[in-house]
Design a protein around this ligand. Structure first.
Ligand code: HEC
Length: 192
């Protein structure tokens, strides 16, 4: 038998052996399904990541919060990075959150929640999934409504006495609401 052929057969045998052993190990761990790995997620596992809130308010959870409650959340969990007056802190790359209204499109645009963000419910969505930067997902929904109320009131977008919940947050009109060009191209679905 030529050497190359022998080497090929040996390699195939090794590969096959690994495949079988790997498959057996996975099966022994109890995985099911056509590919021999993965498990069907539980409803609780899906609920834990199904937290998106859309610009029109769909997906916002129950709960509510006020400016005063939000000030406590902000001072305890946000101001170290975003600054006492939401002016941002360059040394930790935490952006300014308010101000700059009307500057978008200028040479020196100041991009903040107040100047840029088109929909109020997505501020809730973003903070819920991404903030505090060092402990995302740690705020309750009441704390989230409260801290969003604090930011929006400090930005003079809502009254200080407006209690935010899924309904009131959806009615908030952001200053840059019309600063975006709708994309008229249809959605394309690659997968059923
Ligand atoms: C450890 C530092 C840190 C803490 C604490 C923190 N942030 Fe942030 N935050 C950041 C950084 C850094 C970014 C920029 C993230 C990026 O661009 O990906 C950011 C971005 C944001 C933005 C998006 C701003 C924009 O214009 O895109 C919002 C809103 C925000 N943070 C709110 C909060 C709130 C509310 C809290 C408190 C509950 C908080 N952050 C706590 C560091 C922090």
């Amino acid at each position: 038998m030529p050497i190359e052929k022998l080497e090929f057969e040996l390699l195939s045998a090794v590969a096959l052996g690994l495949g079988i052993t790997g498959g057996a190990a996975i099966a022994a761990e109890g995985y099911a399904g056509p590919y021999g790995f993965g498990t069907t997620p539980t409803e609780a596992e899906i609920a834990a990541i199904d937290i998106d809130a859309m610009g029109d308010g769909r997906g916002l959870p129950p709960g509510s919060g006020t400016y005063e409650e939000g000030r406590v959340v902000y001072e305890g969990k946000c101001s170290a990075c975003h600054g006492e007056n939401m002016e941002g802190v360059g040394s930790v790359s935490a952006p300014r959150l308010i101000g700059g209204r009307g500057t978008i499109g200028d040479e020196s645009s100041i991009v903040t929640i107040e100047s840029f963000w088109p929909f109020a419910p997505t501020v809730f969505d973003y903070v819920k999934r991404a903030m505090p930067f060092d402990a995302p997902g740690s705020l309750t929904d009441d704390e989230l409504y409260a801290v969003v109320a604090y930011i929006l009131a400090e930005a003079n977008i809502i009254d200080h006495d407006l209690r935010l919940d899924s309904e009131t947050l959806t009615t908030v009109e952001m200053p840059n609401r019309d600063g975006f060009i709708p994309d008229s191209r249809p959605d394309v679905f690659n997968f059923d």
